[in-house]
Design a binder for this molecule. Structure first.
Ligand code: HEC
Ligand code: HEC
Length: 439
């Protein structure tokens, strides 16, 4: 090219188009890199939300129920004796050692922290170290003015590496030590919740007291059914929130997909401020409270939930299933158990590996699995969802099935053996159990 200006222009153009970022939307390898970065960003945002977002629910837990007043205690501007770290750990709350200031870790190690002093609980809250609970303090962060809760409250625990209840976070693990009923019961003003369910505060405290560790009743605020026909609590076990990628319907009774349930919980259970639509809750014969309160048609002035649902879902779906520790099961027996699971014991007809639930509509009637219909009748589809079985070893406390009716995996297997007439020998049942422990 003779003309230097044209040559320069052409060179500039070539340069421009070979750096796609300059030309607008990235393409090719640049597009792949941008997508990778986007996925990582979403995952990290989701982790922050899962651990720390209260969705504005402090207006309920602090503002309406006054839970922060009992936590602080009269000595710290609240009510009563206050909640000491010992009490907090006893009701299953967990402490994230990675958020503790170094001097607190040193003092704890030296045994110089008074675990009977509610002021120490406030210090833990100030450090954002109580898993799933955020304290709000007035300037200069002296008085606790409110508390909010997060997903991590029920769906994270810690590895106890520092002390029982104190360690590194394990996101997605069901906190089966957590006594949600006892925690709610601490609140000084339960009238709004009692009024919603249509009982006295005394009755409500009695109901909450029966939930026990690892359980919560998401449906009692929709249908007011606090006990099963056999008189036991209607609360269900907290399930893990990992290993859910590829799984169609969620919750024990398949209310919907992950984003449905996340919106449901954040709006209706945590009392965050957002938008929720589910006209199935307008069925007044099955969900009298939800229909009356129009829980299927929630709209807040300022939506603090909907913008967070995308990243929150990506985080949960990307959470890996923790591997069963070496030596926690017999490998040879587990290999024999796998063969039984896939063939003679017929487990894989519903628990399809590697999802361990059905790809597709993963729901079954109570008759198909040989149990009663109390809990399935409390859900829109009136069925039970095939539990994705990976990571069973992380939630052995509290038992198995939605209400923990089978105390051990051996009891679950015994149930299927009898109900489905599988004719398993005791050695085969043991092998199957070792396989379940390995998932
Ligand atoms: C107070 C305890 C509690 C809190 C807080 C909580 N959950 Fe849950 N979660 C439960 C219980 C109990 C169930 C089972 C409900 C059922 O089946 O009726 C559940 C079910 C789930 C499931 C279904 C799991 C499966 O196996 O399909 C997901 C996903 C989930 N929760 C995510 C979340 C997210 C995200 C948040 C925060 C927005 C959250 N949860 C807050 C107690 C809680
Ligand atoms: C007809 C479908 C079906 C078959 C066959 C089946 N399951 Fe299940 N399984 C389910 C459903 C549905 C649930 C959820 C029950 C509930 O929510 O109470 C479940 C729950 C479980 C649980 C409890 C999970 C938890 O988190 O508590 C275990 C363990 C289990 N099944 C193991 C097995 C084994 C082992 C076999 C074979 C012997 C088997 N299942 C056969 C449908 C099935």
């Amino acid at each position: 090219m003779r003309c230097p200006t044209a040559a320069a222009a052409l060179a500039a153009l070539t340069l421009f188009f070979s750096f796609p970022a300059l030309a607008g939307e990235p393409r090719g390898r640049f597009a792949d890199l941008a997508a990778d970065a986007h996925a990582v960003d979403q995952f990290r945002d989701g982790r922050e939300i899962f651990r720390y977002a209260t969705f504005g629910d402090e207006d309920f837990w602090g503002g309406t129920l006054g839970l922060h007043e009992t936590i602080a205690g009269a000595a710290n501007g609240g009510l009563g004796a206050g909640v000491s770290p010992k009490t907090a750990l006893a009701v299953g709350l967990k402490v994230d050692v990675d958020n503790l200031p170094r001097e607190v870790v040193r003092a704890l190690r030296a045994g110089k922290v008074n675990l009977d002093d509610p002021a120490v609980t406030l210090a833990l809250l100030r450090a954002d170290a109580v898993v799933g609970v955020t304290g709000f303090f007035d300037k200069p962060r002296k008085r606790l003015t409110s508390v909010g809760i997060q997903c991590a409250l029920c769906h994270s625990t810690v590895d106890d590496s520092f002390a029982p209840g104190i360690g590194h976070r394990l996101d997605g693990w069901a906190n089966r030590d957590l006594n949600v009923g006892a925690i709610i019961s601490l609140a000084p003003r339960l009238e709004p919740v009692a009024g919603l369910v249509g009982v006295s505060v005394e009755t409500l405290r009695d109901v909450l007291g029966k939930w026990g560790p690892g359980k919560f009743d998401a449906e009692v605020f929709l249908d007011g059914k606090a006990v099963r026909p056999d008189g036991k609590t209607a609360a269900t076990l907290i399930p893990p929130a990992f290993g859910l990628a590829g799984v169609n319907l969620h919750t024990w009774t398949g209310w919907g997909g992950v984003p449905h349930w996340n919106a449901f919980v954040a709006n209706l259970e945590m009392h965050g401020k957002g938008t929720f639509f589910d006209p199935r809750l307008d069925d007044a014969s099955r969900f009298p409270i939800a229909a009356r309160e129009r829980f299927g048609h929630v709209r807040a002035d300022e939506d603090q939930i909907t913008p967070l649902l995308g990243a929150l879902q990506i985080y949960q779906l990307a959470l890996p299933v923790p591997k069963a520790p070496n030596g926690s099961y017999d490998r040879k027996a587990a290999a024999r158990g796998e063969a039984l699971f896939n063939d003679k014991a017929k487990c894989a007809t519903c628990h399809v590996p590697p999802l361990f639930t059905e790809p597709g509509w993963n729901m079954h009637s109570p008759e198909e699995i040989g149990i009663d219909d109390f809990q399935s009748e409390r859900s829109p589809d009136q069925h039970y969802r095939t539990s994705p079985l990976r990571g069973l070893w992380t939630h052995t406390r509290g038992g198995f099935y939605h209400d923990g009716r089978f105390p051990t995996l051996a009891a679950v297997i015994q149930h299927y053996d009898a109900f489905m007439g599988l004719g398993l020998s005791s050695a085969e049942r043991k092998d199957l159990e070792e396989y379940l422990k390995s998932l």
